[in-house]
Design a protein around this ligand. Structure first.
Ligand SMILES: Cc1ncc(COP(=O)(O)O)c(C=O)c1O
Length: 396
């Protein structure tokens, strides 16, 4: 127990009394985690197939990452980009080495929205253009630039007047992108290669290849938001490797620090050659603690072949879920899966949590559960989930 923590108060009541009510939370407080298991403050144990919001790629408290940040915290906890840093240099090299060869440089930041913000700003700098094309149903974050590319009136309404200009086109229809780029003033096309919040929606490979060709023809940058799909979660380090498409910029966050906040925009030489000192910056981006986490996390993914493990887990889940009663479809790749049910998903997710101690996500698709388990989840979790789901669906 952290000696700075008081023990007298109910953590749920205390948090509700002192934080803005911006999140809908289930009535449980987590205090400990190990691999795909988490424990509540009152002693319940749960299987976490939600991965702390698609973050715990290596499970909770992966020992190699924990050891690396413990060590780094005792050496130099933080210094900004005002100086060089060996751990930043090593983490950057490891990231660039694991990424597709054309992505040669990284800009470090602290979150997914910041990575997208950086990508959009860099695209404007490189092209000298201002308009952005994004996809219907997209989610790219909450800061104003990224928010402008996130789909949905509810997100935009209070801020509409100050959001940068974005044209939305239907995800999966390349003709609409070609048309939108014809004006010649589009800096970037941004998309999640698998739309996650939308309910795990993926287009055929030909779509992404067509986007690459269309963007090249119009001099527009192609940006893949891989905040959820990246860092090996779908079985390759970036999604584009499944389909032989390399975007100009790939954004990463969530899994990248295995639980430590960090974001990154990986860019090609067209971008890297244009950027100059002062074009972008953040105090905490590339901080030593985050870099130690990234370095250790990427090392573990490579050393333990965890990208292959993502595909093994996918196969185990698909084997148990495809064709199961009440399951309409299983979508996605690796450890980013959508399970479409024949009924509303939210009550099913609540029953899985409350009656079977399994945490899963939902999405904007009302019938779809989202699974974002660690790549280190035991294969037996697929059967545990399928059995619990079957029990819940048979009860309701
Ligand atoms: C695809 C995608 N992009 C960007 C973001 C924003 O990331 P963050 O919450 O770290 O700002 C998210 C968050 O859920 C996301 O799913």
């Amino acid at each position: 127990m952290n000696s700075e923590l008081g023990t007298a108060l109910d953590p749920l009541a205390l948090e509700d009394a002192t934080t803005l009510p911006t999140y809908a939370k289930p009535p449980l407080a987590l205090v400990r985690g190990e691999n795909a298991t988490v424990w509540t403050h009152d002693g319940r144990e749960l299987l976490d197939l939600y991965g702390g919001h698609c973050v715990a790629l290596l499970g909770h408290c992966p020992p190699r990452v924990v050891e690396a940040i413990r060590h780094q915290a005792g050496e130099l906890l933080f210094y900004s980009n005002a100086v060089y840093s060996p751990i930043r240099a090593e983490a950057s090299k490891r990231l660039v080495d694991m990424a597709p060869p054309a992505l040669t440089h990284v800009f470090w930041c602290n979150s997914g929205t910041e990575a997208n913000e950086a990508a959009l700003k860099l695209a404007r700098t490189v092209t000298g253009r201002s308009r952005i094309v994004a996809m219907t149903e997209a989610f790219h974050g909450r800061t104003l630039g990224a928010l402008a590319t996130t789909w949905g009136d509810a997100y935009h309404e209070p801020y509409r007047a100050i959001l940068p200009e974005t044209t939305f086109v239907p995800f999966g229809w390349e003709g609409a992108v070609d048309e939108a780029l014809a004006s010649g003033d589009v800096a970037a096309v941004i998309l999640e290669p698998i739309q996650s919040m939308a309910g795990i929606t993926e287009a055929p490979p030909a779509y992404y290849r067509a986007l690459r060709e269309i963007c090249d023809r119009h001099g527009t940058l192609l940006v893949f938001d891989e905040v959820q799909t990246g860092v090996g979660r779908t079985g390759t380090f970036t999604y584009g490797e499944h389909i032989d498409v390399t975007p100009d910029i790939v954004t990463l966050a969530k899994s990248l620090g295995a639980g430590v906040p960090v974001g990154a925009a990986l860019v090609n030489s067209r971008v890297a050659d244009t950027v100059k000192s002062g074009d972008q910056g953040t105090t905490f981006g590339g901080g030593m603690l985050a870099m130690a986490a990234v370095h250790a996390a990427l090392g573990q993914i490579a050393d333990e072949n965890l990208m292959d493990r993502a595909l093994e887990l996918e196969a185990a889940f698909r084997k148990r879920l495809e064709g199961a009663s009440g399951v309409v479809e299983v979508r996605g790749r690796g450890c980013l899966l959508g399970v479409e049910l024949d009924r509303a998903a939210k009550p099913v997710a609540a029953a899985l949590r409350d009656e079977h101690s399994i945490m899963v996500g939902t999405s904007k698709h009302p019938h779809t559960l989202r699974l974002m388990p660690p790549l280190t989840t035991p294969l037996a979790a697929a059967a545990a989930f399928a059995d619990a789901l079957d029990a819940v669906l048979n009860e309701s």
